[in-house]
Write a protein that binds this ligand. Structure first.
Ligand SMILES: C[S@@+](CC[C@H](N)C(=O)[O-])C[C@H]1O[C@@H](n2cnc3c(N)ncnc32)[C@H](O)[C@@H]1O
Length: 382
């Protein structure tokens, strides 16, 4: 029997974790297959690391295609900002620059924004247009504005949305900077992550309105944040604690990794176990302590590489078999920075991500705090 898209849609909506029934109804109503142009990329591990294999409806047939479309999976639609020649079937490498995010994550992000019927919502990162369609279904297209930085993607999203019967307001611009002087929004939802909160967002959302965004960085630690905008023009809020990641907004992306060599450098015994970085809160703390560093490796053997200065720190199991050694070279002592912050986190009882929050002052100083707004804190990069 041929696969029925409506049945698959309904099954997907039924599998979503406990969510507002209005979002479940939206997932049940919006045909996700209209948002792909008949193809996407699937990740696989190959000789060159992560490789992207095209999955093309015309090649695999409608049944398999629809079954994949209605998986609760993220399907990548663009690599390195380039248009794909799907039919060439070429497996490629590079960074994912757009996708249709897994529906359960989209819905959790929309829920984090505490959207109510009648709200005017600004979305940053239209992508395929799927989440814009969920918003349009729930709120009515007149209440939805979505900004996409990539012109070709925005044009395709407009066509997808029209095919699904929605005509929200679509803007092609840098959503970290775009402003509409005429409109105050009740909610802002970002489906790309940021290293710090863009000033424009605080001007664009009314006092008492909310911003749902994933705070991330160059170590790829991330957490979903719900901020409430204050009367004074600042904002404050906490992390939901859920395991959430979105691709970084393009202006906040990590610069290309420089060629690096691990030297012996200064060697000392480590005081904090590098395995701690597997914990999501510890990972965030490390990222806050060394915001321009990238984290490579895992377990006993991690490397921190500062893309701004070329400074390097790396750890390895100690030759004695007891503990681990730390090597550091370059202008910064990256492991010292990370270790001090992690020791502070441990001293505070190793609180989970949900114990952290963000304050943005009216003059746009931004910090992440641990425990409560007066607790230990780290400045976010400007
Ligand atoms: C994960 S995708 C969005 C998924 C999308 N909401 C969907 O349901 O298909 C992230 C999108 O954010 C866009 N983006 C990145 N930086 C941006 C920026 N500064 N302003 C607006 N859009 C941006 C990317 O081009 C990409 O299309």
């Amino acid at each position: 029997m041929p696969v029925d898209a409506a049945q698959l849609r309904s099954a997907l909506a039924g599998r979503l974790p406990a969510v507002d029934p209005a979002w479940r109804a939206a997932v049940e109503a919006v045909p996700r297959e209209l948002f792909f142009d008949g193809a996407f990329y699937r990740a696989r591990q190959g000789r060159r690391g992560t490789e992207w294999e095209p999955v093309v409806q015309a090649l695999i047939g409608d049944d398999e295609w629809l079954a994949l479309v209605y998986e609760d999976s993220t399907w990548v639609t663009q690599i390195d900002g380039a248009d794909a020649d799907w039919n060439a079937g070429v497996v490629t490498t590079g960074d994912a620059t757009s996708s249709s995010t897994l529906p359960s994550l989209v819905v959790r992000t929309l829920e984090a924004a505490a959207i109510q019927d009648g709200d005017r919502v600004l979305e940053i990162g239209t992508g395929t247009g799927y989440s814009t369609a969920l918003l349009s279904h729930r709120l009515g297209e007149k209440h939805v504005t979505s900004v996409e930085v990539d012109r070709a993607l925005a044009a395709r999203a407009a066509a997808h949305l029209a095919a699904a019967g929605y005509v929200p307001r679509l803007i092609v611009d840098d959503g970290l900077d775009w402003r509409d002087e005429e409109t105050e929004f009740d909610r802002l939802v970002a489906t790309c992550s940021v290293r710090s909160i863009p000033t424009a967002w605080l001007w664009q959302v009314r006092a008492g309105g909310t911003i749902a965004v994933t705070l991330s960085g160059w170590m790829m630690a991330s957490g979903l944040l719900r901020l409430t905008v204050g009367e004074d023009g600042g904002a404050q809020g906490g992390f939901t604690g859920e395991p959430v990641s979105y691709m970084l907004a393009r202006p906040h992306g990590r610069p290309p990794r420089p060629t690096f060599f691990r030297h012996e450098g200064e060697i000392r015994a480590g005081r904090v176990n590098p395995v701690l970085l597997d914990d999501r809160a510890a990972h965030l703390v490390a990222q806050l302590a060394a915001p321009s560093a990238e984290l490579l490796g895992s377990g006993d053997e991690v490397t921190l590489l500062d893309v701004a200065t070329g400074s390097l720190a790396w750890t390895e199991a100690a030759a004695s078999g007891d503990g681990w050694s730390v090597h550091q070279h370059g202008p910064l002592r990256l492991w010292d920075q990370v270790e001090t912050a992690l020791a502070g986190w441990q001293k505070a009882g190793s609180p989970p991500l949900s114990a952290f929050g963000v304050t943005v002052t009216p003059d746009m100083e931004q910090s992440v705090w641990m425990g409560d707004p007066d607790g230990p804190s780290w400045q976010l990069p400007a």
